[in-house]
Design a protein around this ligand. Structure first.
Ligand code: SF4
Length: 342
């Protein structure tokens, strides 16, 4: 077989390849079961396949672990090296009862949010579906099983890589593959309007999280550069479309930045948007990452949350995990000297 990896090869494509090799069709089900039920991706370990077929299927796994940072709270960030030497990150986030994996969708990111270490390097390239799945498999191997939840909140803007992201989602949720519930998968976006509408068009119940970070376009422009920033009105219209089409309540992510978007009027304006568009709000206490932005004092964060609650907005507060290690977004990759960088 002329393929680097069996990851992200669909059942029908695999059937064609198996037929071309003169093998019986039932081998397809055997191979898919090895990969997606038992997480065995190396054909050499697929013991119920004939040795000759195992040899023909031999390929290269698309990623390997290059570095690791473990925080006191148990958050584990992995730096992965891809076949071309590029580096991406994935994070395992344990809580009392659940394991969440945070996955990347691109090498670098074109959006360039000013508080984000990943955006500082710009976009190098999109990840393939196989590379996105490789993150999941490497995390699962460390964890000893599939995660309870997957969030696409790592490096990159997933909705600017629909080919890679949407194909990977198919393999995560398809019943002949991993078969996870779409409700356990959250796609995060900086507000890519066409991408939100395309995601809605998939007709699956994925959770959608929109990184709003500001209640008005002028404040948002201080945080997200102009080149890939849509007006809030268009973003919220797309959010309405998503809720109506996918039947899922949309979450607004709001990273609190000291003196930028943490005022009382900002909290009230955010409450108006959230109530009008039936969104939940997830406040995030910024994890300083050397980009000049600071986390607001605890009292300011509490006041912001309190205002949302007074307005009857469904709101939660998350202080970024892993602050005691290189585990803030993009920092492991920035720290790395071993991986190629353009
Ligand atoms: S916060 Fe997300 S969208 Fe913004 S630059 Fe960083 S990775 Fe890209």
């Amino acid at each position: 077989m002329n393929s680097d990896t069996l990851l992200a090869v669909s059942a029908s494509e695999l059937a064609e390849r198996i037929a071309a090799l003169g093998e019986k069709r039932f081998r397809v089900a055997q191979i898919l079961e090895h990969i997606y039920k038992h997480r065995v991706t190396d054909p050499a370990l697929m013991s119920n396949l004939p040795a000759a077929l195992r040899e023909k299927l031999a390929g290269k796994f698309p990623a390997g672990e290059a570095d690791r940072a473990v925080s006191e709270d148990g958050t584990t960030k992995l730096l992965l090296e891809l076949a071309d030497g590029a580096g991406i990150e994935m994070v395992l986030i344990p809580s009392l009862s659940r394991m969440t994996f945070c996955l990347s969708t691109q090498v670098g990111c074109p959006v360039g949010c000013r508080f984000c270490a990943s955006g500082a390097l710009g976009l190098e390239r999109n990840l393939t579906a196989a590379e996105i799945l490789a993150e999941l498999f490497i995390g699962a191997s460390l964890h000893g099983g599939w995660p309870d939840n997957i969030v696409f909140m790592g490096i990159g803007e997933g909705l600017l890589n629909p080919a890679g992201l949407f194909t990977a989602l198919e393999f995560m949720t398809g019943s002949e593959y991993i078969g996870m519930s779409p409700r356990r998968i959250t796609v995060s976006t900086s507000g890519i309007v066409p991408g939100i509408r395309r995601l809605a068009g998939l007709g699956r119940e994925y959770n959608l999280a929109i990184s709003l970070h500001a209640p008005d376009d002028a404040t948002r422009a201080k945080i997200i550069p102009d080149k890939i920033r849509y007006p809030i009105s268009e973003i919220m219209a797309a959010a309405d479309f998503y809720r109506e089409t996918a039947g899922r309540m949309v979450t607004l992510e709001y990273t609190l930045l000291d003196g930028v978007n943490d005022s009382v009027p900002a909290a009230r304006a955010l409450a108006v948007i959230a109530l009008k568009h039936h969104c939940k709000v997830n406040l995030i206490g910024h994890n300083p990452s050397g980009t000049g932005f600071k986390r607001p004092p605890a009292a300011v964060i509490e006041r912001f949350l309190h205002i949302l609650e007074l307005e009857k907005v469904q709101a939660t507060l998350r202080l970024e995990k892993g602050g005691d290690s290189a585990a803030a977004c993009g920092q492991l990759r920035l720290k790395s000297k071993v991986l190629r960088r353009k």
